[in-house]
Design a protein around this ligand. Structure first.
Ligand SMILES: [Zn+2]
Length: 216
């Protein structure tokens, strides 16, 4: 018996099957169930509009499912006057959602690549991070997705991605440890093979005095 094939993230951009998507009314009804599960009364005045608000908030929280990360990077520029140094966008704030508890993961991404003739508009790196952040995630997977997509589309000499994030599923429940950051990284190409490239990236990312420069 062959079950219908479910795509559990084979690839970097797998939106849920739109045919399976519930209606807005069904989604709001599900929120009312959770409100009752929490112990409250969805009919009381303060909660009456809550299901609608939650469902609209979900459209923002999970906007990444409607985006194709490859398309974001599709437009590249080759006239870069021979620029062949590392390009780094650091301290990209992101908000994501833990796929185990559906609570926020809030952090910063540092994304770098060593171009091979082609570069992409710098804001596209931030949009790429958001396209993967605005989904249910685990941090390790998100780190790999950002790096792999950049590598596939731009085919640069190397890619480095570091994510630092706080997980609310750790701070507000479970072990209740606040103030801890999880750090994940993925290094490809020269970032993996060449220690001096990796050192340069880590120095840029780690040096807070460089922040005002990179942020102008
Ligand atoms: Zn969690």
């Amino acid at each position: 018996m062959s079950a219908p094939r479910k795509n559990h993230f084979s690839g970097s951009d797998m939106p849920a099957d739109q045919a399976d998507r519930p209606t807005r009314e069904e989604a709001e009804a599900a929120v009312r169930v959770l409100l009752r599960w929490a112990g409250d009364d969805p009919r009381r005045e303060g909660l009456r509009d809550t299901p609608g608000r939650v469902v609209r908030a979900y459209e923002e929280f999970f906007a990444g499912y409607a985006q194709n990360p490859h398309d974001i990077l599709a437009r590249t520029f080759s006239e870069v006057q021979g620029y062949d140094e590392m390009i780094v966008l650091k301290d990209i704030r992101f908000e994501s959602y833990c796929e185990h508890h559906m609570v926020p993961i809030i952090g910063r991404a540092h994304v770098a690549y060593l171009p091979n003739k082609r570069v992409v508009g710098i804001s596209k790196l931030a949009r790429l991070v958001d396209a993967f952040a605005k989904r249910l995630q685990i941090q390790e997977k998100m780190t790999a997705q950002i790096a792999d997509t950049l590598n596939e589309v731009l085919q640069p000499l190397g890619v480095g991605v570091i994510l630092e994030a706080a997980h609310q599923c750790m701070s507000t429940r479970g072990v209740h440890k606040a103030g801890v950051a999880m750090v994940t990284s993925r290094m490809l190409g020269s970032f993996r093979d060449d220690p001096s490239t990796r050192r340069e990236f880590l120095a840029i990312v780690g040096d807070q005095s460089a922040f005002s420069v990179s942020n102008t």
